[in-house]
Design a protein around this ligand. Structure first.
Ligand SMILES: NC(=O)c1ccc[n+]([C@@H]2O[C@H](COP(=O)([O-])OP(=O)(O)OC[C@H]3O[C@@H](n4cnc5c(N)ncnc54)[C@H](O)[C@@H]3O)[C@@H](O)[C@H]2O)c1
Ligand SMILES: [Zn+2]
Ligand SMILES: [Zn+2]
Length: 389
């Protein structure tokens, strides 16, 4: 409803109609089982990401199909499904090339759509019910409902942050034995630590200034550095690794970054510059952290436009390769689901620290998350998780 103003309101049951008023015969209505609050929602909550007043938030959605459109062939009523946060048509050139992060047909203003953002007008799922278009293409069906409910704490992360964090590691070229620096100990950074572990990384270091989040990461068995401490990042990395550079770097922070040291100020270029400094040549950088023009708290016009002071000349010699943008969730969600179902990621929940809450508690959870809570809040709007437990 405006900066730091989220409300629970009673709205109409969704219809199989797209934001431009066209019928969605290819869509379904789902009853939400879990819908997570994300750091990306926090950019909107803090008023730094423009979003229309009255928009329903929520892009990390899992639910049970309760209604199917005329042209849906394979998804059935009763299926328990994970909804990738990217809205994708499955018909355009980019979708055909597995780039559901930049679908060309779901947002008239840009090549990319998502639920609960200013990206095509698709209403979010922090609600009782929501509409999902192009359902046969978009939805990932869990093979067994009871088994899925038993692992819902991990599976609820498949709609966004686990694939996103994994994508960040893949793009940073994390592999067996890699040493990795992950900037940010928020839920995405914590999923990145677990993803690096799944990919076989050796030394996994997570940096942040948030003490509670760092303590959680440390307890779960990863190395940490405190970016609010005076020693520069390469010194802190050397103290752990014996070397001043790591093989791979992942940005799980984005434009709301702070600089390094006890007196650090906000600096949207801080994380990219830090990564360019601490990743060895050839430098592989995964940048899932969000950068977007229109920041209402930007220090100057250039930053507001999304133009940042990145030390590219200094870094060029390292032959850097960086991938930014939305994660194409569909490239990873099935594989990560199988890893979870077969017990290959049993270490995930220790670092994600999921807490289920009823819908009524969502405004309070937004506030706590904004204050830096070490939890990942997951809304259980119908009490389904509670019932299954
Ligand atoms: N690309 C995608 O598809 C995608 C998907 C999901 C989330 N995201 C983005 O990923 C980012 C992280 O999400 P989250 O939920 O973990 O958010 P979060 O806000 O909970 O976590 C960000 C953390 O970064 C820390 N931080 C700030 N400056 C830092 C610095 N210089 N070095 C190290 N840490 C620093 C903060 O203290 C905070 O703990 C956000 O920008 C979010 O929008 C992107
Ligand atoms: Zn998210
Ligand atoms: Zn498409």
């Amino acid at each position: 409803m405006g900066p730091r103003k989220v409300e629970i309101q009673t709205l109409d049951y969704p219809k199989l109609i797209d934001p431009r008023g066209k019928p969605c015969h290819h869509g379904v209505i789902i009853k939400l089982v879990t819908t997570n609050i994300c750091g990306s929602d926090q950019h909107i909550y803090r008023g730094r990401f423009p979003a229309p007043t009255g928009m329903v938030l929520g892009h990390e959605n899992t639910g049970e199909v309760v209604e199917v459109g005329r042209d849906v062939e394979f998804i059935k009523v009763g299926d328990l499904v994970s909804v990738p946060f990217n809205v994708a048509c499955g018909r355009c050139r980019n979708c055909k090339e597995r780039h559901t992060d930049v679908c060309m047909n779901v947002n008239p203003d840009a090549s990319c759509g998502a639920y609960g953002f200013n990206l095509g007008g698709w209403q979010g799922g922090q609600a009782d019910y929501m509409m999902v278009p192009y359902a046969d293409f978009n939805l990932l069906k869990f093979p067994d409902k009871d088994e899925a409910m038993a692992k819902i704490k991990d599976l609820t992360l498949l709609s966004d942050i686990l694939p996103t964090a994994f994508h960040g590691c893949v793009e940073a070229k994390v592999g067996p034995g890699s040493t990795v620096y992950i900037a940010g100990a928020g839920p995405v950074g914590r999923c990145a630590a677990a993803s690096a572990r799944l990919l076989g990384a050796s030394c996994i270091i997570v940096g942040d200034s948030n003490k509670e989040r760092l303590a959680l990461v440390k307890k779960a068995g990863y190395e940490v550095v405190d970016t609010s401490k005076a020693p520069p990042l390469p010194d802190q990395i050397e103290a752990i690794l014996g070397q001043r550079e790591v093989d791979c770097g992942v940005d799980c922070v984005g434009f709301e970054a702070h600089g390094h040291g006890p007196k650090a100020e906000d600096d949207p270029a801080a994380v990219i510059n830090m990564l360019l400094e601490v990743v060895r040549a050839p430098a592989g950088l995964g940048i899932p952290g969000v950068y977007a023009p229109g920041d209402t708290q930007a220090k100057n016009e250039a930053v507001k436009r999304g133009t940042y002071a990145i030390d590219f000349g200094k870094a060029w010699i390292k032959s850097p390769a960086m991938t930014a943008g939305q994660c194409p969730v569909m490239n990873y969600n099935r594989g990560l689901m199988m890893a979870i179902l077969w017990g290959r990621m049993d270490y995930l929940s220790a670092v994600t620290n999921v807490e289920f809450i009823p819908l009524e508690k969502a405004p309070e959870a937004y506030r706590l998350f904004d204050e830096g809570s070490p939890k990942k809040f997951v809304i259980d709007p119908h009490g389904s998780v509670k019932k299954a437990a």
